[in-house]
Design a protein around this ligand. Structure first.
Ligand SMILES: [Zn+2]
Length: 304
């Protein structure tokens, strides 16, 4: 026999019995139902959350794909910008080339007269030293591995288009000191793309000459600063449109590009070589100007 609690209430109407046990049983049943409902609610909400998470990650995936597409488009546009800048640079080269073609007709004749009018052999040491100080000559760097590209027409290594390579490329380690090849003033010294040249220095020299030093790593001079021949102006790098660490060196005269090889190989011991090799400069006129300049200044005052 199980124990049962029975409440008996007696009043003037008689006696009633309340079975406490069955009340507890009912309460237990309600509790069970409540727990059951709670579990069902829990399961349903977890499912709803799961669905939400799935749809959010789907959305995330879609956004990621869109982002990737935008990135790709961005890379493509950047490449196009680079190509356009390169094309602008090439147009610049062609203009320079045209200028030199135009210049040739007017300059070859006076060069032929040179030997008649000025005897180069009779130039004094200090006159030669003056020329070698103010007109670009020698190498812009002490050390390089090899000349990776010469001046002249070539197929561009990155764009496969035929164009004039406007300078000479010295393949060298990043950080090689770069020297000014003549006294001058810094006309341009800027970090950046610079139409493919990368970090670039342009030096303005006397008598219409200009030198370019491109793809630099570090620039140590500022625009407007005066530099001496042999002074360190920068350290070589691999900036701009470049296939490897190198220095791109240019010599220009009145905006036209000249073959830098004639200038880098020009030294005191082969002084007259430049007059034979580079015929687009009126050397005759230039030497006479320098001659006149030096006659006006007493030799001992010229600290060359
Ligand atoms: Zn180059």
């Amino acid at each position: 026999m199980s124990r049962r609690l029975i409440l008996m209430i007696t009043d003037h109407e008689g006696t009633r019995c309340i079975n406490i046990h069955s009340i507890f049983r009912q309460l237990g049943l309600y509790l069970l139902m409540f727990v059951f409902v709670l579990i069902i609610f829990g399961v349903v909400s977890i499912r709803a959350f799961k669905d939400e998470i799935t749809s959010i990650s789907l959305l995330n995936e879609i956004i990621m794909k869109q982002y990737e597409k935008i990135q790709e488009k961005n890379a493509y546009l950047n490449a196009q910008i680079e190509q356009r800048s390169e094309e602008i640079m090439l147009v610049g080269d062609r203009v320079g080339d045209l200028e030199s073609v135009i210049g040739v007709d007017g300059t070859t004749q006076p060069v032929d007269d040179l030997r008649e009018r000025i005897d180069i052999a009779s130039l004094t040491g200090s006159q030669k030293a003056f020329v070698m100080k103010f007109i670009p000559n020698g190498y812009p760097l002490d050390y390089y591995k090899r000349i990776s590209a010469d001046f002249g027409y070539r197929v561009h290594p990155l764009f496969f288009t035929k164009h004039l390579h406007t300078g000479i490329d010295f393949a060298t380690d990043i950080g090689t000191p770069i020297y000014a090849t003549a006294d001058g003033v810094v006309e341009f010294a800027q970090m950046g793309h610079n139409g493919g040249f990368g970090n670039l220095i342009k030096l303005d020299h006397s008598f219409g000459f200009r030198t370019y030093y491109a793809h630099l790593n570090k620039i140590v001079v500022k625009r407007g600063g005066f530099v001496k021949k042999g002074q360190i102006i920068a350290y070589s790098g691999n900036s701009g449109v470049s296939t490897g660490p190198h220095l791109h060196y240019e010599v220009r005269f009145l905006g036209s590009v000249l073959n830098p090889r004639n200038f880098i190989e020009w030294t005191m011991s082969n002084f007259s070589s430049i007059f034979e090799n580079e015929r687009s400069v009126l050397w005759q006129s230039l030497l006479m100007t320098i001659n006149n300049l030096m006659e006006q200044v007493p030799q001992e005052e010229l600290q060359l």
